[in-house]
Design a protein around this ligand. Structure first.
Ligand SMILES: [Zn+2]
Length: 254
């Protein structure tokens, strides 16, 4: 086998792998919210690409370290380590997060974000796209769920390719998901239905990788992730304490 034919074969292998794209507002949301689901897909030999959309940031938990180049670099480092441990592909988009773009026009930001994501989706050609549901009313999360619905509207993706994930740790707060679902359904005039994903086999990995984002969480946040994943097992009629779930929502019909 010469070099040329082996390169060609590799190309075919990559082309045949099913790809999922995860739209992640910040460098941590994908793993916190659907790290177990990402783990399941990778075990099934699928390719997962995480789009870190608002990756220019000054936000870290420690107020003394909130200096943009420093915070951005630190968070890039965390995301690179997380992606290596979990074996997903990552892309960094050059958009400022909500803390930095204080006076920017939201319509212009949304349109730039949408255009850039569309270009990358056309390249990655995913079979499914995960986007945040927007639980917790965080501006960047809401902006990204809106962008996902725009991508459906302009037929970049089909409505049945879109899975809306519950933003964590915000979804662990009482009634937060119910409110998030209500507000999403009202805003976009659609009906959503849940699907539970058993992530028990990947849950230890998810918690280890979540721990990489040291600049972003306190220990209570990690406890919330775990308790929430366990609480969803009740909806799945599981009685064992050792089952962990994540939940995504799909559009019923259009
Ligand atoms: Zn976030």
């Amino acid at each position: 086998m010469n070099l040329f034919s082996s390169t060609t074969n590799m190309g075919l292998i990559v082309a045949r792998m099913l790809t999922s794209v995860v739209l992640s507002p910040h460098m941590d949301d994908a793993v916190f919210s659907i790290g177990g689901t990402i783990g399941n897909l990778i075990i099934r030999k699928e390719r997962v690409v995480v789009y870190n959309v608002f990756s220019v940031t000054s936000y870290v938990q420690n107020p003394k370290l909130r200096i943009a180049p420093f915070a951005t670099t630190m968070r890039y480092g965390e995301e690179i380590v997380a992606s290596i441990l979990m074996r997903y592909n990552r892309r960094f988009f050059p958009f400022e997060d909500n803390y930095m773009r204080k006076n920017a026009n939201p319509a212009i930001v949304t349109s730039r974000v949408e255009k850039s994501i569309r270009k990358n989706l056309n390249f990655d050609n995913p079979v499914r796209v995960f986007a945040p549901l927007g639980v917790g009313n965080h501006t960047d999360h809401k902006l990204l769920s809106e962008t996902a619905m725009k991508l459906v509207e302009n037929r970049t993706i089909r409505w049945d390719q879109l899975l809306l994930y519950e933003d964590l740790p915000y979804s662990a707060k009482p009634n937060a998901v119910e409110k998030g679902i209500q507000s999403f359904q009202n805003k976009f005039g659609v009906k959503l239905q849940p699907s539970l994903v058993d992530v028990s086999a990947q849950f230890t990995l998810k918690m280890v990788v979540s721990g990489v984002y040291r600049s972003q969480y306190d220990t209570q946040d990690l406890r919330d992730l775990k308790n929430y994943a366990r609480s969803l097992s009740q909806g799945a009629n599981q009685t064992s304490e050792d089952r962990f779930f994540e939940r995504q929502w799909t559009i019923v019909s259009q």
